[in-house]
Design a protein around this ligand. Structure first.
Ligand SMILES: O=C(O)CCC(=O)C(=O)O
Ligand SMILES: [Fe+2]
Length: 275
């Protein structure tokens, strides 16, 4: 296996994920390195079958699927995303920057993406969340550290900023398009919920911080045939760029297969890796 640094994460060459006899130590290295690099971009993988995609995903734990099962989905645990609604779910990841499963008690730990039909354009954009936090002014960082966030159904309230349960690096649990609101200083006597106006101001501020200085922090991945990406979902934000929705007549068919690995941890301020 050879690693070449990418703007976030690494490109990986010299390994065939389709090979069912990969040695256990190689698999262990991949599992370690996805936390270390956060995005492993495997090149030249050809077409990875849905069954194999699921098997690779299971190296990381049990799978969990919360999405709409499109009739063309090749496996119950494979989310099929497309620019043609006959082929897969459209408009996925277009409501704003997010991590997958931010609305759950335990957001997904990993997401694995494979573009089985590559369009001319239609990038997925990624942002490293530790670097995002480190790029904030001390005042903004201090404000974000005081915020807790709820999903759009007000089911789970998570700290916005917390230590990643495995790497202990600071990270963010968020979804700019599916947030019910924020609570300042949750659990203290200063606790105060944001109203709709303040909620949208905070979401706008987060958007501006992610995309500031002409997207300095953003890595926009241009998909090539054979790309297979494993991401440490808790450490990296992402969004589907607007071009992902361009019609087949203009950019060709786009079909993305995605799996998600069940989260093991509730985000916690104290970084304890437990329920
Ligand atoms: O279509 C894409 O590029 C990404 C969509 C997305 O957010 C996801 O699959 O989780
Ligand atoms: Fe997503």
């Amino acid at each position: 296996m050879e690693y070449t640094p990418a703007p976030i994460g690494v490109e990986v060459r010299g390994i065939d994920l389709k090979d069912r006899s990969l040695p256990a130590d190689v698999i262990e290295q991949i599992k370690r390195d996805v936390h270390k690099h956060r995005l492993l971009i495997f090149k030249d993988q050809g077409v990875v079958s849905a069954d194999r995609h699921v098997e690779i995903s299971q190296w990381f734990g049990d799978l969990e699927s919360t999405f709409y099962k499109h009739p063309r989905s090749p496996h119950p645990d494979v989310f099929r995303v497309s620019n043609n609604e006959m082929e897969g779910c459209t408009n996925v990841g277009r409501t704003g920057w997010h991590i997958d499963g931010s609305f759950m008690e335990k957001p997904f730990s990993f997401a694995l993406y494979h573009m089985v039909s590559v369009p001319k354009i239609g990038n997925t954009a990624f942002v490293p969340l530790k670097e995002l936090l480190e790029s904030l002014s001390p005042e903004t960082r201090a404000r974000w550290e005081r915020l807790w966030r709820s999903d759009h159904h007000w089911q789970y309230i998570h700290p916005l900023v917390y230590p990643h349960p495995v790497t202990k690096q600071p990270t963010i649990c968020f979804h700019l398009g599916m947030t019910g609101g924020f609570i300042w200083d949750y659990g203290t006597e200063k606790e105060k919920q944001t109203d709709r106006r303040e909620t949208s101001q905070i979401l706008k501020e987060m958007y501006e911080e992610i995309t500031k200085d002409n997207n300095r922090l953003v890595y926009s991945h241009k998909w090539e045939v054979g790309d297979f990406i494993i991401s440490d979902n808790l450490a990296v934000g992402h969004e589907a760029t607007p071009e992902t929705q361009l019609p087949v007549s203009q950019v060709g068919l786009r079909v993305l297969h995605r799996t998600t690995v069940k989260g093991k941890w509730r985000p916690r301020k104290d970084g304890q890796a437990e329920g």
